[in-house]
Design a protein around this ligand. Structure first.
Ligand code: BG6
Length: 455
């Protein structure tokens, strides 16, 4: 497969996602695998030339030190309205060999293109890759899944979630399944709570048109962080074959509910007011261009879930993500229970161990209780830690390599995409019904004072 060229068609090739994330990742992937061959066809509604796209590809490849790899790619551009059947037909006609269509366009455009496509237009074995959000609610996701299923089999569908390609998410597999120390203790027997946090310094970055409709809950928790939860909590798959792996993560999502079935008490939301992040002044979220304050969009969301199965019942999984935060945490934190008894005579706190996997820069650490240096009968906390360095590949390169190799292990299966909406719908309803106050935090702070997460 490495020798034959794959034709990668990027819909939305003139857009921000392509130039900022996809193309640099493609460059990195090609640079790291000299045998890989890709023909790139860019499509978009703009009137671009082949040369214009080539220039964008070169610049994007250069961003990941891979400019030379651009010479190995055959690049062309076709002006196309992918919501029109005639345009799609013209674009796809005659494409042979392994073909992947990447929808780097807003979900409504992807949905319209899926309506316009017919099985006859599609090359044999074509892979369809699409960006989040997948649908806008459970029913919408189900309809889109049905539409896609009429076009190609599920194994050829790639619902992209680049958090599944993040090296920390992948590190979880090794840490958890390859260590007898952790594996038998990875359950409610020994674990007290789990926190998955992805706070960012970034603000809106000109994405109000999308973000002001999505908000932090949908932008980050609905997609990315629930996928990370699924990897943390899954049963051990016998193999890392896509079928075993994805069934294990889907099973977790099917068992996941908002804590206590009480979305109002188990979720919080807030948005930022003016402040400074790293010395850069940010306006209030509601004063950002393109924001409609009446939409009450949150820029920080937190919700606690329970995985209702024998392994996890009773263990809170708290997921949180926000924008414009100072000193942001980005980590999976596993809080172990304390031992049942400490010998009388050993003093000090014997709090449970804490395992932390940071989501970039990759680091893993384990906090334990050890005998103190000063007085050996007084316990002290010690931290063992290892830097894991950056993952070999960017998360998007990992995702792209799966698509080009026709291996959907790191892509979200259709039923899982529906489950993620199902899990969050009670929360979305409680927020829409104003059962949860929209709080405020100053940009550059750590969020509202009274809700620091359990670090
Ligand atoms: C994207 C969200 O999917 O993930 C962004 O839409 C967010 O809002 C981003 O900033 C975070 O991922 P990363 O890997 O770019 O830090």
């Amino acid at each position: 497969r490495m020798d034959a060229a794959t034709t990668l068609v990027i819909f939305g090739a003139t857009g921000d996602l392509a130039s900022r994330l996809l193309l640099p990742a493609l460059g990195q992937l090609l640079a790291s695998e000299p045998d890989r061959r890709v023909n790139l066809i860019g499509a978009g509604t703009e009137d671009w030339s082949d040369a214009a796209l080539k220039k964008v590809v070169r610049t994007a490849f250069a961003a990941s030190d891979a400019e030379a790899a651009a010479d190995r790619v055959d690049i062309s551009y076709q002006q196309t309205d992918i919501t029109k059947a005639a345009d799609l037909k013209r674009l796809l006609k005659g494409l042979k060999g392994q073909v992947a269509l990447y929808f780097a366009v807003p979900p409504a455009v992807t949905a319209a293109a899926c309506e316009a496509l017919t099985p006859e237009m599609l090359p044999e074995g074509v892979m369809l890759a699409m960006e989040k959000p997948f649908g806008t609610d459970e029913e919408g996701a189900r309809e889109l899944n049905a539409r896609i299923a009429a076009l190609v089999p599920e194994q050829q569908v790639f619902r992209v979630d680049h958090f599944l390609g993040k090296s920390t998410t992948l590190n979880l597999l090794g840490a958890r399944f390859a260590n007898r120390l952790l594996e038998p203790n990875w359950s409610a027997e020994s674990i007290d709570s789990v926190t998955i946090v992805y706070d960012e310094k970034l603000g809106l970055e000109g994405r109000a048109g999308y973000y002001d409709h999505a908000g932090a809950l949908v932008d980050m928790i609905q997609s990315h962080l629930l996928q990370v939860l699924a990897v943390v909590a899954m049963e051990q798959p016998a193999t890392l074959d896509q079928a075993d792996f994805r069934e294990a993560t889907s099973a977790v999502l099917r068992a996941t509910r908002i804590w206590d079935d009480d979305p109002a008490a188990s979720s919080r939301r807030a948005r930022y007011t003016a402040g400074s992040v790293d010395g850069v002044e940010k306006p209030s979220y509601i004063d950002e261009p393109g924001v409609d304050p009446a939409r009450n969009t949150e820029t920080l969301a937190e919700a606690t879930f329970e995985v209702r199965n024998a392994r996890w019942a009773g263990v809170p999984f708290t997921l949180r993500s926000g924008k414009a935060l100072g000193n942001p945490g980005r980590e999976v934190v596993v809080h172990f229970k304390a031992v049942r008894h400490v010998p009388v005579g050993l003093r000090g706190s014997a709090a449970g161990a804490v395992l932390r996997l940071s989501l970039g820069p990759d680091q893993i650490s384990l906090e334990l209780n050890l005998n103190g240096a000063d007085d050996p009968f007084v316990l002290e906390r010690a931290t063992l830690s290892a830097d894991l360095g950056p993952g070999e590949l960017l998360a998007y390169a990992e995702v792209l390599s799966g698509i080009l190799d026709a291996d959907p292990m790191l892509s979200v299966r259709g039923d899982a995409a529906e489950q993620c909406w199902r899990i969050l719908e009670p929360v979305l309803a409680a927020w829409a019904g104003d059962e949860v106050p929209l709080e405020e935090y100053a940009a550059g702070s750590r969020g509202p004072e009274h809700w620091p997460y359990r670090r």
